[in-house]
Design a protein around this ligand. Structure first.
Ligand code: G4P
Length: 535
């Protein structure tokens, strides 16, 4: 079913373009330096003239990856966007992910759209909670991971100790490509383990320009750095003995992770990371459809929606659906089919969006991300295709753990209220649950992390003009049930059954004991667990 039609573009073009693509996301715990690294990467690729004067979040002009008021106020990244740039002969797509745990569902969706991930670790903190969760998602999805140990210019852990931590806690064998010269806090540079050369660390003023790289042969490095160089060489030799050399097959199989040491704020290591992405990270590969058949990248156009977003910018009050192209060539203006409804969808307004910047996309290839403007019919997880029909598997919705009733404060604004709630639902900001008992004016919002409520409240008021109040409900668990079981489940004490927008019936329980008791007493009832947020 996936390969019955002739490809929509000459084979060599789509294949060679796909082969040039490197589509990845940076995963990290908040504060590890993701925004700084993103800017540094963009600077390196000369997308922006100078990194947004990286002198602390408060003073920042607004990094290219953050734009919502709330994000700025809180200094966290909630929304996701994609940055595209050329580096060497490759086209790099960097997808932004929110760092905060409360938005893990959002991050999960972004990770369905990448071919590799960069795990950014703070040298002083090592692997933190959110890094581990995101890493679990990468492992689950078989995404190859490149590790960057950041902030080596600041006192932190020992390099070998960090490698042990990566190996013990992730199960991946770290294969350092560079090794630090000088302990953390005394960053002299790195030993390139592939050719033994020394790359000297030079600070740039505020990291606002590309750091000039000084590369020296081993003898000159020894003369310059003395003991620090000798230690680095010895430690690197220790690594040689522990199978810590890069092996491309094992990397792609998710068994090893190449590691580099960096100082994103000084732009050091950023060029090395880009080189690794181009040289080692995988290009787009055939994507399995809902039946498990892989659709070749050269098959006719197909893409899936991994993110829907609106109201990003006061000047552009519109709704964007971000698609990741899975196969074929996208040409602006082409009419494609929306797999869910079978209806045609015109792609007249297609844009690259990053931060506040937008530019029209005329043509795009597998691996690329395109923002479709005013794509009101598109929901997260939907498939678009041309010629040969395909449907990609729906994106996983996580088990919500927090529930609240949402009501409009102003009854005269019911229309705005309904529109806003519908929008938040289709973007996946919150799952919207309803029941006859609660009525249309008081649906229940179900979320993975409580900060999603804040986003919902903020957006209902500021974007849809419908101020709302939130009343938290005491439930902590949602399980799937069905129409046959629903009446008996709903009759149990402390349990409520509601219907999600997609028709799924969810039973909400206060705690796992209530759930267990009901299951034990009535084993015939359908009560299926949902995918846990932490996988
Ligand atoms: P995030 O997006 O992962 O949350 O992190 P972000 O880039 O905002 O970086 C968090 C802080 O860490 C920033 O300092 C940033 O300048 C700093 N930072 C990032 N990379 C490096 C690095 O390589 N070396 C050093 N020394 N610092 C780095 P900030 O906004 O001033 O926050 P704070 O330090 O005042 O708390």
């Amino acid at each position: 079913m996936t390969t019955t039609h002739a490809p929509s573009a000459p084979l060599p073009e789509v294949l060679s373009q796909a082969a040039r693509r490197r589509t990845f996301a940076v995963i990290s715990h908040p504060d590890a330096g993701k925004s700084t690294l993103t800017e540094a990467l963009a600077l390196h690729a000369r997308v922006i003239g100078s990194a947004g004067a990286v002198h602390g979040k408060a003073g920042r002009r607004g990094t290219v990856s953050d734009w919502m008021d709330m994000e700025k106020a809180r200094g966290i990244s909630i929304t996701s966007a994609a940055l595209q740039f050329e580096y060497r002969d490759a086209v790099v797509n960097l997808l932004d992910t929110p760092g905060h745990a409360d938005f893990s569902e959002d991050t999960y969706r972004v990770l369905t759209a990448v071919d590799a991930a960069v795990m950014l670790i703070d040298a002083a903190k090592g692997l933190e909670a959110q890094t581990m969760k995101l890493f679990a998602v990468c492992k689950h999805r078989g995404i190859p991971v490149i590790t960057v140990v950041n902030k080596w210019d600041r006192p932190g852990k020992d390099a070998l100790e960090l490698m042990d931590e990566v190996s013990e806690r992730t199960g991946l064998t770290p294969t350092p490509l560079t090794w630090p010269v000088g302990i953390s806090g005394d960053f002299r540079g790195v030993l390139d383990r592939r050719d033994g050369s020394y790359h000297r660390f030079t600070r740039t003023a505020g990291g606002a320009t590309i750091a000039p790289e000084e590369v020296l042969p081993a003898a000159a490095a020894l003369a310059r750095e003395g003991d620090a160089w000798t230690t680095a060489v010895e430690e690197s030799e220790l690594l040689d003995a522990t199978e810590a050399d890069h092996d491309q097959e094992r990397f792609l199989a998710g068994e090893t992770t190449p590691v580099i040491f960096a100082s994103a704020v000084s732009n050091f290591g950023v060029g090395a990371l880009l080189d690794i992405l181009v040289d080692l990270a995988p290009a787009p590969t055939p994507r399995p459809d809902a039946e498990g058949a892989a659709r070749p990248v050269e098959a006719p156009f197909s893409a899936f929606v991994f993110k829907v977003q609106s109201g990003m910018d006061a000047a552009h009050r519109d709704r964007l659906a971000y698609i990741r192209i899975a196969s074929g060539v996208f040409e602006r203006g082409m009419v494609v089919t929306h797999s869910t409804t079978g209806r045609p969808f015109a792609t007249k307004y297609a844009q690259h969006v990053f931060g506040r910047d937008r530019e029209s996309v005329d043509v795009a290839y597998p691996g690329d991300v395109v923002g479709l403007v005013n794509a009101n019919a598109l929901h997260v997880g939907d498939t678009l295709y041309a010629d040969a029909k395909v449907t990609y598997p729906p994106l996983t919705t996580f088990a919500p753990e927090h529930f609240a009733v949402v009501r409009g404060k102003d009854t005269a604004k019911f229309k705005q209220f309904r529109r806003g709630i519908g929008q938040l639902n289709s973007e996946g900001v919150a799952q919207v649950l309803r029941s006859d008992r609660r009525g249309d004016a008081a649906p229940v919002l179900a979320v993975v992390g409580p900060m999603q409520f804040e986003v919902a409240v903020h957006r209902m008021e500021n974007e849809f003009g419908a101020p709302v109040s939130i009343d938290h409900l005491p439930y902590t668990i949602a399980v799937r049930t069905d129409a046959a079981s629903a009446p008996a489940v709903a009759a149990a004490r402390g349990v409520e059954v509601l219907q999600r927008e997609d028709g799924e019936l969810l039973a909400l329980f206060m705690d796992k004991w209530d759930l267990r008791t009901l299951q034990q007493r009535n084993p015939e009832l359908t009560l299926e667990p949902m995918v846990a947020a932490q996988l």
